[in-house]
Design a protein around this ligand. Sequence first.
Ligand code: GLC
Length: 748
Amino acid sequence: MKRICSLLLAALCAQVFIPAGAQSRPAVTDSKVEDVVKAMTLHEKATLLVGVYSYGRNPDGTTRKAVPGAAGGSAEISRLGIPYAYYTDGPQGVRINPTRKGTDKTFYCTAFPIATMMASTWNTDIVREVGEAMGNEVLEYGNDILLAPAINIHRNPLCGRNFEYYSEDPFLAGKVAAAAIQGVQSQGVGTSLKHFAVNSQETFRRENDARVSQRAVREIYLKGFEIAVKEARPWTIMSAYNQINGVTASEHHALLTEVLRDEWGFDGFVMTDWTDFPRNTAAQIKAGNEQLMPGLEVQVEQIEEAVKNGTLTMADVDLAVTRMLRILFRTPTFKGYKYSNAPDLAAHAKLVRRAADEGAVLLKNEGGVLPLRDKNAKVALFGFGSYKIYQGGTGSGNVHTTGIVNVYDALVEEGFRVHEDLAAVYDGVKIDFKIGEKLAKLRAADCDIAIFTIRRSAGEFVDRREIKGDFYLTDNERASLTNVSEAFHKAGKKVIVLLNTGGVIETVSWKDMADAILLPWQPGVEAGHTVVDILTGRCNPSGRLPMTWPVAYNDIPSSKNFPSNFEGNSWKKGPVRDSFDPNKRNEGFTEYEEGIWVGYRHFATFGVPVSFPFGYGLSYTTFSYSDPVVKAGKKGAFTASVTVTNTGSVPGKEVVQLYVSAPKGTMEKPLRELKGFAKTRELAPGESQTVTISFDTYGLASFDEALNAWVTDAGQYTAQFAASVEDIRQSASFKVRKASVVKLSAKL
Ligand code: GLC
């Protein structure tokens, strides 16, 4: 009898979940999910909880198809009409194979500006627009979930993946991530906010134990995730490889259930990062990590075994399966979407250019050398990056794109005369070499201006190093820049430096040699066009730094607790790493000794000079700020307004940064913290705009470890309207009349 019932039920469910396309499918409601779960066998449930490699097997043994190059996905259970779901990287665009066997059609995707550059726009509208375009490519290339955005904190400039991350400040990171998620998910596909959490280095990332205080973990490393989860509801979260205070993130119940779900209300599912060895599978499921990626068949057996021996209850498994199905039933694949394999890459490239134009940061412009006024100028173009720009970083975040526009091409296209001999020089050598005095003098004689590009590449698996050629210039770069600078300045001509990097390098020792410094980061496929748009003034730069550029590496608080010169990396040593030593500082474990003192929180509070401060960026025009006002609303809400006027001679956009200084209380607090920002529309000379920024008492709170609570002291606060963390233009004080305490139970 029992068997008949289960067959009937299966038939019922089969009716409800006929595979996509067979017939119109009734809208799936959550109540139906329970029916499906009831109809599933343990083997089917276990298979769903374990990712299926691109060419893995389904529970019925059929080989799973996949979008070639997609990172992974979830299995199909055709008996119940549960289709695959395809997951693809990454933060800079869709990563799939650009070519496939059996067809000469190509499947290139758009390389958008790197995450750090998107944060540098300080413009959540353009971030959302880029998210929409990225989401459209996820959809039209037949995928369901984009494994992005990544919002780990720039704790140290040498983290290899900083290009994929937004900022040293969790508020900016969280707001930008929320906009990106909203953009992508507006296309009906999902995101995977990653890597949750405290994944701040690549060196031994799968084993490293991040030892971090409760206050720092809450205020710095979780706050961005909290903002993004609450404001944008990502379909999924990717747990990090590392440990947090001795507990592996993917097995961390406090992190994945008590904080993520009980405190923040997350209603999607959690997948692990791509781990090619099983960890404690039962502990992961119990902790609230539903899917194990990329998925090993031994993990399916481990789940089944755990249920049989009672380590896992069927209720644990059903909860995990339910959480996954609720998301999988939203996917385009489930809905039978007929994707085109032909997203509008040309339109997306135009958006890349517009977004990169907003994210490029002008760091120096002595004597107004920029914008270039003489389009007929003869340009001496130095540096490999002038001829082969890095559009992005390396690793799983790299996009297979085509048609990258270089600086050289864009200058020629714009009508500039670019000295051809130099192109040949750079084309002829593949290693770091020196521009000698003689060549520099020759070019200074027959060219009108020098443009010198310094490029750096970094990426997943390996952290950067505090050495020449990475954080520092090479000897040849320094000598070349010195020769070019001396020769051109002697001839009364100017030198422009372009920084084609994914992150911070040392600048103080050479920046005086340049008249102008433009930071176009790694701007994606339209790279050269963005450089020329800014150099010619077609676009007035409005990017602002999302992290501090220090004078010296050792000024960075985390510098003594970071593997800044580790030569190997864990990835290439395989899962059992003979050189891994759990007791080795900065490899087996990393002490987050600096606590909350990350980035400007440290430099501004303790008055440590920097080369370029957080929030800094120049414009071709100037702005004044007036009429600062802070008004208290209901239930602890506030609005802060200020009027910005373009006091210069060309149109431009301003980024108003709202910092708040708290009254002296029992806890030591940063001098000021970013609590809001707003980018104006393009203001004509003389035009004004009043910007209004909302915040609330919860947003002003500091984390009190003794109480394990968010505490907002009562008292007099100061709102500062600024053009950078060091450039306060207007301020206004306001009162928090009643202290507030939000007590928490979870501890990490
Ligand atoms: C990698 C990365 C993660 C990426 C995943 C799939 O290990 O850490 O960011 O999404 O694997 O490629």
